[in-house]
Design a protein around this ligand. Structure first.
Ligand code: UTP
Length: 296
């Protein structure tokens, strides 16, 4: 397997209940961060790591996603006629990014179930799973490192990030052993959303995974867990528990910039942060924030 051939799976079939009513008719992955839907940043990240085949797992609101990555000839022609090359390029960007496929999840029975829907498309290859809840700064390296570690050590790889103990109850948490590489740890076991007192570490699983095809058989056997959903974490725990299934589960510890878009407050912060990183918006936005803060 070469890093250029890895396929990417983006589950986007969740109900997005924390963002209702915005997500009533639109997947949460389509919510804009500044002027791009969150999922476009994720596809860009996959492409930057050498993956140009992307499968999006879609739910009831498939059309918004499919349309976004499709050509919109009417809009393109109008911008062409107006000679607006800059906007035309922006419109065409999403449709030219990668080879994007869609498969329906049917009922949203959990992240593990969504990943299982990728089985036919992925086949017998190692693949990446990227969640739109986490955006990774394009200036930092994560996915390509995970792919490299997976290949070198024939391992399943999860992305881990140190969080404040008070935050660990929001994540899957990994009990780990060190390895000979400073950014790689061996996952001994996983605990879903532990209290700070029960957490075996402060390392949280964030939404990037490089999975081996053996995960599909494990997911087939995985019973509904927390929230009555088929959990990807439970399947990963089964792999960590029995290395004879698919080799070790390793974690790449990410120390770069990650932006959370999973709930409303973090989503708002992400939008502000991304805008402050943009030359066309930083100055005016920063001035307004200072003004606003002075009156809070
Ligand atoms: P979340 O639990 O964060 O997504 O799932 P959600 O259920 O849509 O959000 P809330 O809590 O109701 O607001 C993590 C990821 O897994 C996908 C989601 O789209 C999200 O990217 N997912 C989850 C699926 O594709 N299918 C599912 O059945 C569940």
């Amino acid at each position: 397997m070469s890093s250029t051939s890895i396929k990417t799976v983006i589950p986007a079939a969740g109900l997005g209940t924390r963002f209702l009513p915005a997500t009533k008719a639109m997947p949460k992955e389509m919510l804009p961060v500044v002027d791009k839907p969150a999922i476009q940043y994720v596809v860009e990240e996959a492409v930057a790591a050498g993956s140009d085949d992307v499968l999006v797992i879609v739910g009831r609101n498939k059309n918004a996603l499919a349309n976004h990555f499709d050509r919109v000839t009417e809009l393109e022609h109008t911008l062409e006629r107006k000679g607006d090359a800059e906007k035309l390029a922006k419109v065409m960007e999403a449709s030219n990014l990668a080879d994007i496929h869609f498969v329906r999840q049917g009922d949203p029975l959990g992240l593990g179930h969504a990943v299982l829907r990728a089985r036919k498309h992925v086949g017998n290859e190692t693949f990446a799973v990227l969640l739109g809840d986490d955006l990774i700064d394009s200036r930092d390296v994560l996915l390509s490192r995970m792919i490299e570690v997976s290949r070198d050590r024939s391992a399943t790889v999860v992305a881990l990030m140190a969080v404040e103990p008070s935050q660990i109850h929001l994540y899957g948490c990994a009990a780990v052993d060190e390895t000979d590489e400073t950014d790689v740890v061996k996952v001994k076991y996983l605990v879903e959303k532990p209290s700070a007192a029960d957490a075996p570490s402060n390392l949280a699983i964030i939404g990037r995974y490089v999975l081996k095809p053996e995960i599909f058989d494990v997911l087939e056997r995985t019973l509904p867990g927390k929230g009555g959903e088929i959990q990807l974490t439970d399947a990963l725990e089964a792999l960590a528990d029995d290395e004879s299934i698919a080799g070790p589960v390793l974690g790449v510890v990410f120390r770069g910039r990650r932006y959370d878009t999973g709930d409303r407050l973090d989503y708002l912060k992400t939008g502000v942060q991304f805008a402050l990183d943009r030359d066309d918006l930083r100055g005016d936005l920063a001035a307004w924030i200072k003004e606003l803060a002075a009156h809070l």
